[in-house]
Write a new protein. Sequence first.
Length: 297
Amino acid sequence: MRRKTQPAHLATAVPHATPVVKRRKLTVQCHRKKTAPCGIKRGSATTDGRFAYFSPDCSDSVFQYECSTEKWEELPSCPYNNSGLVMIDRELTVVGGRDDGYRHTNKLYTLQQGKWVEKYPPMKAARSFPAVVTTSDGEYLIVIGGSLGVGWTATVQLFQVKSIQWHQLKDLPQPLDFPSATMCGDQLNVIGVDANGYSCSKPITPPLTLSWKPLPPLPVTSSTAATLCGQLVLIGGGGDWVKSIHQLVGGQWVKIGSMTSGKKWCLVANTSPDKIIIMGGFGLFGRLDSVEECVVV
């Protein structure tokens, strides 16, 4: 593995959009891929379609995975640990985080010419471990929850990329530990490590009003939220290393497939509407370096 100084493709990558299809039960299959350079649990992940990016928790490392060749590269270290990874305007960006002294930040850094630079104004409130998503058109970044160091926050902030403005949105009904979030069309879904989560089905556009509704009780704890074919799915979880992948169909969670091994706290990145990369997680013997590709069949 060699360290890259400048990922040239980041300037031309096209953000991936997830189309919404009629809700139906999916069937998925998972296949093992080349292992990661290190064991990873929690942390953050994002994708530009061609590449997936992963950052482990409690680390300033960022890894790039080329989906077609299974090649790994290590990118320049982040300014902070436990940041949220996201693509903004076709560039890899980290949101929030904390330093080694557990001081939290509200800053955003974008990778340009091999260096992390402050391209955008900071959030209104500092946090680490935030859940971060963008709308399918790439016009809005949404930052949900996160850690304050002495607890978890329920606050939600929205960043308008074109106008370069931050807005405070309606809080979650309650703080969620280690939240993960995903967009299913216009619907924003967020879950925590315990068996609850919330959704907002109103379009994320001005006047920026949100109405949170509880999701049906999750079938297992410590799952990761993801989107396949525009549908909400849960990856792994549980205290007994669940292999299952669940989908929300008709207000109920149904099993649609299994991973090759049981894990919780894994990282997930979409590489196409019907395909995700599942990275790392926590298994029976600790942090995992396993990588799986999950495909709708």
